[in-house]
Design a binder for this molecule. Structure first.
Ligand code: URA
Length: 439
């Protein structure tokens, strides 16, 4: 075997000379080895990838090597195992709605999730706003709960794709996050290590997402599908709009409330329709029926109350107060609130989701630094969405925070985030396009 030189890898990638799978495997092994490849050489290679890219074979090899850098899970369950991943958005509480629906329809969903990142929220932070609920689950308890409730949500452990953990932290501080092959390998290494047979990827596109336009989002989707296919997994990628927050609430407890409203029967809302559509696609992938049958099955799981029962089972199984599913008022709202009013008549032409996400962080719903505590009751409830007509003085949104000074700061940002037009705009559809490994 040829001797491995990281400097040689940096030179080749810089000059767009493809690395062999073996070189990539050794590079990734060097990330977590003792002693590891020094950060300055890894950072130089990451920057070379940002400028010169990686081809599909290199991206797939990087994904697999990162997947194998830690534990790769195998589920021994008596039904199909599915997973869903969002590339990160604002107001995205899809997992809280989709997982209980899918579980109620006989498809297992052992879900590993993360915390909020920058202006985007995280499922773990949202769930931890439920009194008592823990996401640090012992593997045996996690499996037992998945068997009983059909799903459980645990915090991703350090043992899952540890090479990604280290590379991601380095990318975060070296301006090397926004590279499509690196994002693909980062996301897919963790997804493949989680061991699901069917994977649904929700690729967010727009101002509040990593991918700002459809061309880049479609390229990311194509690369992720290619990595999934190389690993023999069934995968669908749906490009969905992040030029507006998803649903009407942004925060933690406030998003759990909104998820409970959908599971209580509010399936006609934009959020409800979106979650039912995604759940039906996962059911179809898992072989539960045709697209039309799966749509009906997903709707019935909500109307019959079966999905809400699964949510209550999961909350109780993770030590939380399951009464929130019947009485969402048990979920906290922060002490101070303020409503923002429309300054003039007009139509809402844009809701800049990145700014809205950042405003929610200022209110306390996210973190400014890694060790900040979250205020579970902080957040924003929107009163209108893109394309709606408003009159001067109509409520645009309500903010919640613990301190008036936080409301002042967030208000200044939110005033720039909601744009009014004189003509009625045509908002983009929530689902832009769909790609699949089956195509
Ligand atoms: N989410 C990840 O896990 N990794 C990335 O690189 C981007 C988003």
């Amino acid at each position: 075997m040829a001797t491995f030189h990281i400097g040689e890898c940096i030179r080749k990638t810089k000059q767009q000379i493809p690395l062999s799978s073996e070189e990539i495997r050794q590079l990734v092994q060097g990330v977590t080895a003792e002693p590891p490849i020094p950060d300055y050489q890894l950072a130089a290679w990451l920057m070379a990838v940002c400028f010169s890219g990686l081809n599909d074979d290199e991206t797939a090899a990087l994904t697999m090597a990162m997947r194998d850098s830690g534990q790769v899970m195998h589920w021994e369950l008596d039904g199909p195992v599915a997973d869903k991943h969002s590339t990160g958005g604002v107001g995205d509480k899809t997992t809280l709605i989709l997982a209980p629906i899918v579980a109620a329809c006989g498809v297992y969903m052992p879900k590993m999730s993360g915390r909020g990142l920058g202006h985007t929220g995280g499922t773990i932070d949202k769930l931890e706003s439920i009194p008592g609920l823990s996401t640090a689950l012992d593997p045996a308890d996690f499996l037992a709960l998945v068997k009983k409730a059909g799903f459980a949500v645990a915090m991703q452990t350090g043992n899952l794709a540890p090479a990604d953990k280290k590379l991601y932290a380095l990318r975060d501080v070296t301006e090397t996050v926004d590279s499509i092959p690196l994002i693909c390998a980062s996301i897919m290494s963790k997804k493949l290590a989680t061991g699901a047979d069917h994977i649904l990827l929700d690729v967010k596109v727009g101002s509040g997402a990593f991918m700002k336009n459809d061309t880049d989002a479609a390229e990311l989707a194509r690369r992720m599908l290619s990595a999934a296919k190389a690993d023999g997994r069934d995968c669908t990628a749906i490009l969905t709009d992040m030029d507006r927050p998803l649903g009407m609430c942004i925060g933690n407890a406030i998003e759990v409330r909104e998820a409970i409203e959908v599971l209580a029967g509010d399936t006609g809302s934009e959020l409800g329709t979106f979650c039912i559509t995604l759940a039906a696609e996962l059911l179809r992938m898992a072989g539960r029926g045709t697209a039309a049958q799966c749509l009906k099955m997903a709707e019935q799981a909500v109307t019959s109350g079966a999905a809400m029962e699964r949510l209550a089972m999961m909350i109780a199984g993770q030590g939380g107060d399951a009464r929130v599913t019947e009485n969402p008022a048990l979920l906290k709202f922060s002490a101070c609130e303020r409503t923002l009013k429309a300054p003039r008549d007009g139509w809402i032409s844009a809701m800049l989701s990145e700014e809205i996400g950042r405003a929610s962080v200022l209110l306390g719903a996210g973190r400014m630094t890694k060790n900040d505590a979250i205020d579970p009751g902080a957040g924003i409830r929107l009163c209108c969405k893109n394309g709606d007509a408003v009159k001067r003085g109509d409520a645009l949104l309500t903010m919640y925070a613990e301190k008036e000074s936080q409301l002042d700061e967030a208000e200044a940002m939110l005033r720039q985030a909601i744009l009014l037009a004189d003509e009625k705009p045509e908002p983009a559809p929530l689902i832009h396009s769909t790609y699949s490994t089956a195509q």
